[in-house]
Ligand binder design. Structure first.
Ligand code: KET
Length: 390
């Protein structure tokens, strides 16, 4: 009653993770969680990759392993392998020792450490994020003290890239501004630039002296010799979600700069969480450094991606068969884990209430949460939502 915190108001649930909270409370046997971007099997179950189980077994059986603190920047081997994975085996930046890498708490932690570093050491405090973007971007960069602006990205009328808007907005950005780019499989839209458009974006960024900050993974673009930040996550591609495995790499112009950057990264990290956890990064390292396991990983990753593509096709076919009004071809055209359906928040609320289907209110559905057996239920719900008022 007399708590010093008595005036604290109830905080809202997170727009994405809160969808799972609501889903867990639902008692319906047909409930379906298409909110969070987390892979599920055809049986709707979370998946631990075989190669991850194998790597864990090796680690457990290795009696020489101890639980000492890692260095502030994490597992050195993991950092090297992560930089190689994102920049390429023959990356000049790696060969010339120009990359500073820190093992961080998955993608989010890598973004946040990068943001804190920028706020402390970079002259331009504005970062441009795409409109729309992953909801947490705005918060991560704002909390670090940066000023967040948006650049045109998605055109709701074409359900495609607003490339003109993107070029105009980045063209009007102040020199030096940071630009956040989704390396691939843009979240939530599933719309990526073409290779030619990427090249135009790259030229604009370099000619204006903007600083690119990549979220995730896209080889090639990041190796043009210029400086950039890269936040990598192994949550999705290795299914290591809760293990929180990721890396921040800062590609610099010269090795001496990278060395000083690395020394400053330690000062950023030490007061935040001291040093990162050992287990997940050891799993990732074990897989990345062994060519058999690496190949096995790629096969399992491809199987996950293929199942998602098959879900796109099945959902598209189901809506076409029902004659659901509208053009649904974007379901098969979009890329990655998500379909940005175009459904509005009222339609989403209707589908949750009447069909127990959970998704973010912006109309994004995680295709990885779908299976052949649940596609008809989702198609029924979308059909009902779309034809309800019209
Ligand atoms: N970047 C993007 C674009 C992203 O979608 C996520 C997660 C992350 C970074 C961070 O993931 P981490 O687990 O920190 O490696 N997105 C899914 C989960 C979430 O919102 O936390 C999602 O959009 O559903």
């Amino acid at each position: 009653m007399d708590s010093v915190f008595a005036a604290i108001v109830q905080a809202p649930e997170d727009p994405i993770l809160g969808v799972t909270v609501a889903y867990n409370k639902d008692q319906s046997p047909v409930k379906l969680n298409l909110g969070v971007g987390a892979y599920r099997t055809e049986e709707g179950k979370p998946l631990v990759l075989n190669v991850v189980r194998k790597a864990e077994q090796l680690l457990v059986n290795d009696q020489s392993r101890v639980k000492e603190y890692l260095p502030i920047l994490g597992l050195a081997e993991f950092n090297k392998l992560s930089a190689k994975l994102i920049l390429g085996d023959d990356s000049p930046a790696i060969q010339e020792n120009r990359v500073a890498t820190a093992q961080c708490l998955s993608g989010t932690g890598s973004l946040r450490v990068g943001a804190e570093f920028l706020a402390k050491h970079y002259h331009e405090r504005t970062i441009y994020i795409p409109q729309p973007s992953w909801g947490n971007h705005l918060k991560v960069f704002t909390m670090a003290g940066l000023s967040v602006k948006t650049y045109g990205y998605y055109d709701p009328t074409t359900l495609g890239l607003n490339f003109q808007g993107l070029l105009e907005d980045l063209g009007a950005a102040p020199a030096g501004a940071v630009v956040l780019l989704h390396a691939c499989a843009h979240n939530p839209t599933g719309v990526d630039p073409t290779v030619e458009q990427w090249e135009q974006i790259r030229q604009l960024i370099r000619s204006k002296g903007l600083l690119p900050f990549f979220d995730s993974a896209y080889q090639g673009f990041a190796s043009d010799g210029g400086e950039c930040f890269i936040a990598q996550s192994y949550a999705k591609n290795m299914g290591l979600y809760g293990e929180r495995v990721g890396a921040l790499s800062i590609v610099c112009k010269a090795a001496d700069v990278a060395g000083r950057v690395e020394s400053q990264l330690k000062l950023v990290i030490r007061p935040m969480y001291s040093n990162p956890p050992i287990h997940g990064a050891s799993i990732a390292s074990t897989i990345l450094k062994n060519s058999d396991m690496y190949n096995e990983w790629k096969i399992e990753l491809k199987a996950m991606a293929d199942r998602i593509i098959s879900m796109r096709k099945q959902l598209f076919d189901a809506l076409t068969a029902k004659g659901t009004p509208g053009d649904w071809s974007h379901i098969v055209k979009q890329i990655g884990m998500f379909t940005f359906t175009g459904l509005n928040s009222d339609q989403v609320a209707f589908m949750t209430k009447e069909y127990h289907i959970y998704m973010t209110s912006d109309g994004r559905i995680s295709m990885a949460g779908l299976s052949s057996s649940t596609v008809p239920h989702l198609a029924d719900a979308i059909h009902a939502a779309v034809t309800r008022a019209s």
